[in-house]
Design a protein. Structure first.
Length: 493
């Protein structure tokens, strides 16, 4: 039955759409193919999430070879959550790109953008759904290589430098990851994640297992831009095409967080991570430094893309802060913030792309008087900015609420004060846009008259609406995150 093969089709359809877009070579056809493939994956992700919620995890054996002999695709409460995020954002950014990419890229490169977009979506979906540690590396490389080229497509020549910097650091990260996986294979003789989890306690060489944990932590941390391994991120987000920035900001680092969660709690186990090496303490310190440092640096940025890029580094700090708690509420906060921040930052970068289209730049000076000339774009940025701060009634508040609960559960009241205080820094850098858009007269490089085109505004506002919707109705996001947290903690209440 076709329905039985949905886990494979989730990845195969966007993967096949990429060469098809190249063969047809027409930008309009490439856009239609990319959008349809991403929409199909989104529909499949929703079906898989519904099936997992109703009947439990799904195990799909490629080529009918049972694991651990064959490669397994596995969909559970955590991976279903991330599949919906990646495919949903992929669909919206493909729709958005119709007008945005046409303005930013030469006509003869547009079809290549859509091919690379499909490859990146397929790679990220594959990383999320696979149950094989080496297969994850293969999909990681598919996503990474396509990301490097997508960033290099930016019209500013500095995009090439940003892509090269990301390529170097991303390659180092992938190398560390594959060394770690190799050590696990030498210790256990298997690559299947469930089989690895079962065999690791009896591994002949505990030191090799600890070395694998260290290598994988560093490799994945480079990919998720954990401070101080985040140096590739600001330039990549600032100089990539607007649709690329939005897609990568909302998905790529979030999938890397998912990989870290899967290895820490699904393979190595809490006892090894927390007791054999001080990983929780290391994550806690790095998270605190990331939140404060990146938030303060964001305050001084004159470009909206760079401002929100540094904000992303800080928000990743909140996610890893939840992971460091290793409790039900802490992991719930990490997983729900993974999703909510993806939605929020996707909305912000899509709207900033509208400003860049009209003004030719995303500089803060272009935002002067924008509340009058581009009211829908400005209002959308304010609402998404409130979610970034964590104002009640927005998705961002839900994440920080569970972080506070996790801190209280651990008896760390100082951490509650820290979360509240650092949210005030976010108020300061979001206020810089509000002040320019609503309290300043137009000046400098003023945008062309008129609102952001509808084909760009509608996808952005869908995400803005989601920022509010998931802040008011939390049953799906929080419920899914709680089930994922319980799964990561081995079903512990």
């Amino acid at each position: 039955m076709t329905l039985a093969h949905l886990p494979a089709l989730e990845v195969v359809v966007p993967l096949l759409a990429a060469p098809l877009a190249v063969l047809l070579r027409r930008s309009s056809l490439a856009w239609a193919i990319a959008t349809a493939a991403c929409a199909f994956s989104f529909a499949v992700a929703l079906l898989l999430a519904s099936e997992v919620s109703a009947h439990g995890p799904i195990s799909y054996h490629l080529g009918s070879w049972p694991p651990p002999w064959g490669i397994e695709y596995r969909v559970d409460a955590l991976s279903a959550f991330v599949l919906v995020l990646v495919s949903g954002i992929g669909t919206l950014t493909a729709l958005y790109a119709w007008r945005s990419i046409a303005a930013e890229l030469p006509r003869d490169q547009i079809y290549l953008y859509y091919a690379l977009h499909c490859l990146c979506v397929a790679g990220l979906l594959g990383m999320t759904i696979t149950g094989d540690a080496f297969n994850l590396f293969v999909f990681m490389e598919i996503a990474s290589l396509s990301s490097y080229v997508l960033i290099a497509l930016g019209r500013d020549r500095r995009a090439l430098v940003a892509a090269y910097q990301y390529l170097i650091l991303g390659t180092i990260g992938a190398t560390f990851y594959v060394i770690g996986v190799g050590l696990l294979y030498l210790s256990t003789g298997t690559l299947n994640m469930d089989d690895l989890a079962a065999r690791l306690p009896q591994a002949a060489s505990p030191r090799a297992v600890l070395a694998a944990l260290a290598f994988i932590t560093v490799g994945v941390s480079l990919k998720l831009a954990l401070f101080p391994l985040h140096l590739w991120l600001p330039n990549a987000y600032a100089y990539a095409p607007s649709a690329v920035t939005a897609f990568l900001a909302a998905t790529a680092t979030k999938v890397s967080v998912y990989v870290l969660l899967r290895f820490y709690f699904g393979i190595f186990g809490l006892e090894l991570v927390a007791e054999s090496l001080p990983m929780r303490e290391i994550l806690l310190v790095l998270s605190l430094v990331a939140i404060v440092t990146a938030s303060l640096v964001a305050l001084w940025q004159a470009d909206l893309k760079r401002l929100f890029a540094y904000s992303s580094v800080a928000q990743i700090g909140y996610i890893t802060l939840g992971i460091s708690m290793a409790s039900r509420d802490g992991l719930t906060a990490a997983v729900v913030h993974l999703f909510n921040h993806g939605v929020t930052k996707g909305a912000l970068f899509l709207l900033v792309g509208g400003i860049a289209l009209r003004a030719g730049s995303a500089g803060l000076e272009c935002a002067r008087g924008l509340g009058r000339t581009m009211p829908l774009t400005s209002l959308g940025i304010v609402i998404a900015g409130l979610s970034l701060i964590g104002v009640p009634g927005t998705a961002g508040f839900v994440s920080k609420w569970y972080l506070v609960l996790g801190a209280i559960e651990a008896g760390r009241w100082w951490l509650v004060a820290f979360v509240v205080a650092t949210s005030l820094i976010a108020v300061a850098y979001v206020w810089r846009f509000v002040e320019a858009a609503y309290l300043s007269a137009p000046g400098g490089r003023t945008p062309e008259p008129g609102e952001t085109p509808a084909t760009m505004l509608v996808p952005a506002w869908i995400l803005v609406a989601a920022c509010v919707g998931f802040g008011l109705q939390t049953s799906w996001t929080v419920g899914g995150a709680q089930r994922a947290a319980a799964l990561l903690l081995g079903g512990a209440p």
